[in-house]
Design a protein. Structure first.
Length: 225
């Protein structure tokens, strides 16, 4: 079943929940459903089941935010769009890789997967972009480093939490991804100033409390000094 993070936020995929190749997949229920990444592809039926488990239908997904163009985060995008007709969102610097997948840039070759192409409906170009939804909003922030077009998402929940969806803020960094460590460090410095008290990370799990969020980011800054 889906795991509740806080009001309006659920963990619906990743690891033991869907498929071992999936990143952690999060769902925001802000009247309209926002999916933060969607896994590598094979695990999508189980992710859909977890969405059903909270009383919502995968066909209701309004927006799919692709935080960057790696297969473990975007592989199911074509399936999600086919089921829901959702708008797919990605940053301008990663959107071409989503629409014309390259097995190295997307890491599909690392996972032994073939990545279907999907059209990006909303290409984010500004440093910050706000998605307005019926029951709230999500701010997308460009955080280059892991990939050129990496995004994080930030939302304030009805129960008073500031939730940061920082999917791969830990890295890794590789020439095939066009990673840039100096830009990543600047991105992490920006995240430290956001005041988030919950971090939903893409592989390390959920961190509760502002101090835990700060410690995670600072730990990885130290590891990549």
């Amino acid at each position: 079943m889906a795991k509740r993070v806080c009001e309006s936020v659920y963990l619906v995929g990743g690891g033991g929940l869907s498929d071992p190749r999936d990143c952690l997949v999060y769902l925001l229920d802000l009247g309209e459903l926002v999916l933060i990444d969607c896994g590598a592809g094979p695990g999508w039926p189980r992710i859909a089941d977890h969405i059903h488990s909270i009383g919502r239908d995968p066909a209701e997904v309004h927006t799919l935010v692709l935080t960057h163009a790696h297969v473990d985060h975007i592989g199911a995008a074509s399936q999600v769009k086919a089921v829901s007709g959702c708008r797919v969102v990605a940053h301008a610097l990663d959107a071409p890789v989503v629409e014309r997948p390259d097995p190295e840039r997307t890491a599909a070759s690392w996972y032994g997967l073939v990545l279907p192409a999907v059209e990006v409906d909303l290409v984010v170009e500004a440093p910050r972009h706000r998605l307005e939804l019926r029951g709230g909003s999500v701010e997308l922030i460009h955080t280059p480093g892991h990939t050129p077009g990496s995004l994080v998402a930030l939302t304030d929940t009805p129960d008073g939490h500031r939730v940061l969806f920082g999917q791969d803020i830990h890295g890794p960094f590789h020439p095939a991804f066009d990673s840039d460590l100096p830009r990543w460090r600047r991105s992490m410095d920006e995240l430290l100033g956001l005041g988030a008290d919950i971090l939903c990370e893409g592989h390390y799990g959920v961190f509760h409390g502002a101090e835990a969020v700060r410690s995670f980011i600072e730990e990885h800054l130290a590891l990549n000094a």
